[in-house]
Design a protein around this ligand. Structure first.
Ligand code: NAD
Length: 495
């Protein structure tokens, strides 16, 4: 077993912000009334380097009052979608102008390798630009005749109102901007709450909104933990909630929104499968493996961490997966060569350790890794592959959210599809095959929101969302934009 590599790292520059005591409310950085604080800890070293306010009830009131006022009386919802799109394009440029600082603070916050976070600003800018291109969907007049004639209906797409946007820590920029962009284009105002450990990197997006000239109160930012999030969700001025995070918290938010009859979108956990068809090109699969099955040190919601291999090629697949994972360097996330960084927090490290222990206890065979990494610094888990995993094992059923793959065996296509569909989740998935038509046929049988053929990627143009325990509603595409719209039908006589 190897220790964490100590490659020369990109210097950890001192971030612009460390200990902050403000939120962004009504167009200004405003001192929080909170007495409690939340630490920011570098997961690669365990060093506490900053802290943010644990947002109080007063902070939540102030932010939602500002968002509500801007929605009811401010200019933003009264501009045209094209005008808002033009501003989104300016925000995109401003986000990109802050790419290097954003990447560095993001990596310091959650330990995502710098090669991952370096793309965060460009990805966010891409989302903003793509969403700006959807303005015509809002703008085009939609008039529909009554089937019996004599009257018609104008279908309007009104902004839903002040939205609460809550994100997790694994992709703190992307998972907020994918909510922010459609909310803004639709004409909504927002209060954003990042996850506690990744509270600072999103300030670059707020700065970008300010620099682009967004009117006061349209975008607000409050930091805090679960209680702050809960207050935001239940607040009387909140018109809609968009949440990405764990399934248990998603259920609580869904229950609160159900009670309040408040629209909600939920992007939750996953346990997706990679079906390796008997004709799969394992060389090609190897080159796609890390991104598809272990992206961001396994801390990605849609990755396919259950690999389903045909019995006839089982050992061959195990061998390829083991070699590919063992060859990918783990180390300092600021190192350009690092593929696997640390777990984002001590809590996540403990969760993953628990999964490793259960897998060993239930008889899975670790072909590489299998335990915490040998280091006295940070929260590193050895990238791990478990073979001889059976469908009833915990490691085969629960989301691990760490660098751990399970390889299960199947006989016949029907069993492969049945195994893939036999989880409580339905988020991602991938089919590896040399034949596109066979792969497509299998993809169509998978009970999940998105499936890739020989790769997985999220397409800004197509809906992304989970089924079952993986969520409600979708993000991306026109379908994602529609979640920030309240339809109104105005009937009128013709002739
Ligand atoms: P989490 O559910 O613990 O927290 C997510 C966010 O919710 C944080 O900002 C947190 O402070 C806030 N929160 C906690 N309790 C709350 C409450 N009662 N009311 C309102 N807000 C509350 O999730 P996490 O550990 O930060 O993120 C990891 C999870 O996110 C994984 O399960 C992962 O699969 C999921 N995820 C899903 C997607 C997707 O698109 N489906 C994408 C990324 C991550």
């Amino acid at each position: 077993m190897s220790a964490v590599h100590a490659h020369p790292a990109v210097a950890r520059s001192e971030p612009r912000w460390t200990h902050v005591d403000d939120h962004y409310v009504n167009g200004a950085w405003t001192r929080s009334t909170a007495t409690a604080r939340l630490p920011l800890v570098d997961p690669a070293t365990g060093r506490t380097w900053g802290s943010v306010p644990d947002g109080s009830a007063d902070d939540v009131d102030a932010a939602l009052d500002a968002a509500d006022r801007a929605f009811r009386t401010g200019p933003w919802p009264r501009t045209t979608p094209s005008q808002r799109a033009a501003l989104l394009l300016r925000i995109a440029d401003e986000v990109e102008a802050r790419a290097a600082e954003t990447a560095s603070v993001n990596t310091l916050e959650n330990g995502s390798p710098i090669n991952e976070t370096r793309g965060a600003a460009a990805n966010a800018a891409g989302i903003l630009r793509h969403v700006a291109g959807l303005a015509s969907w809002l703008e085009t007049e939609d008039v529909r005749p009554f089937p019996a004639g004599g009257a018609e209906t104008v279908v309007r797409k009104d902004p839903v109102g002040p939205c609460v946007l809550i994100a997790p820590w694994n992709f703190p920029i992307n998972l907020m901007v994918v909510k922010l962009a459609p909310a803004l284009l639709a004409g909504c105002t927002v209060v954003m709450k990042p996850a506690p450990g990744t509270s600072l990197s999103i300030r670059f997006v707020v700065e970008a909104c300010e620099a682009a000239g967004l009117p006061p109160g349209v975008v607000n930012l409050v930091t805090g933990g679960g209680d702050t999030g809960d207050r935001l969700v239940r607040h009387p001025r909140t018109a809609k909630v968009a949440f990405t995070g764990s399934t248990p918290v998603g259920r609580r938010i869904a229950a609160a929104c159900g009670d309040l009859l408040r629209p909600v979108t939920l992007e939750l956990g996953g346990k997706s499968s990679a079906i390796v068809l008997p004709d799969a090109d394992l060389g090609q699969m190897s080159s796609a493996l890390i991104r598809t099955c272990l992206r961001n040190t396994g801390q990605t919601c849609y990755i396919s961490t259950r690999i389903l291999a045909p019995s006839a090629r089982y050992e061959e697949v195990v061998d390829m997966v083991t070699r590919t994972v063992a060859a990918a360097p783990q180390g300092d996330p600021f190192d350009e060569g690092t593929v696997f960084g640390p777990m984002a927090s001590k809590a996540q490290y403990d969760v993953v350790r628990g999964h490793l222990e259960s897998a060993h206890a239930e008889g899975a065979r670790a072909t590489t890794g299998g335990r915490p990494a040998e280091t006295d610094q940070g929260w590193f888990i050895e990238p791990t592959v478990f073979a001889d995993v059976t469908p009833d094992m915990r490691i085969a059923r629960e989301e691990v959210f760490g660098p751990v793959l399970s390889i299960l065996r199947y006989d016949g296509l029907d069993e492969a599809v049945a195994l893939a569909n036999d989880t409580s989740f339905g988020l991602g998935g991938v089919v590896f095959s040399a034949d596109r038509a066979s792969a497509q046929a299998v993809a169509e049988r998978m009970d999940t929101g998105s499936v890739g053929v020989n790769f997985f990627g999220s397409n800004h143009n197509a809906p992304f969302g989970g089924r079952h325990d993986s969520g409600l509603g979708v993000e991306y595409g026109i379908e994602g934009l529609s979640q920030y719209v309240a339809f109104k039908s105005i009937h009128r006589r013709t002739g």
